[in-house]
Write a protein that binds this ligand. Sequence first.
Ligand code: 3PG
Length: 211
Amino acid sequence: MIDKDAIARTRIIPVVMLQDAADAVPLARALAAGGLPLIEVTFRTAAAQESIRRIAGEVPEAVAGAGTVINAAQARQAVDAGAQFLVSPGFLPEVASAASELGVPLYPGVATGTEIMQALAAGLTTLKLFPAETVGGVKAVKALSAPFPQVQFIPTGGVSLSNLADYLSQPAILAVGGTWMVGKELIAAKDWAKITELASAAVAKAKEVRP
Ligand code: 3PG
């Protein structure tokens, strides 16, 4: 299972939506080739579970996780397919319990002090700030870090190459998530080379902040 160190090394988690599981392996290879081995496959499409299964089985250089996990059943399906981490858009105790039983890390979405307190009560300290830009971006991270210095954030939602450095320069930010290097047009066009190029550019930008 991955741990915080793996995320701290990469600092960027691509958030992907796959309509066709046949795209999962070339996409994961393209991202890993660009330096982004962690991949969050969202449970927003029927192809999610099979996509995770294929990445886990066929792309050893990548680490498949599941995103948009909104109930315990999805958490089980994801881990059954080989997901090594789970991400939720919000915090739900049944998802936290399932993740704990399954032995995988869960990064639940939070946007308020109340949600952070609920996540902390479930023993979780690495939390997704979602939707990051909409709820205040870097300013929100700074404000929420004051009462919650034990929390490490993974802001997601509105992060791009242009604001990546602002986020990653914050000590309370472990990593960011986003779709900007895996746009649906690029996947539909099977433009794996472009995806590798965008992943590499993101990695280069992150290294400017923290080599
Ligand atoms: C999502 O769950 O869709 C993520 O927050 C991605 O947001 P983005 O498209 O703004 O990167």
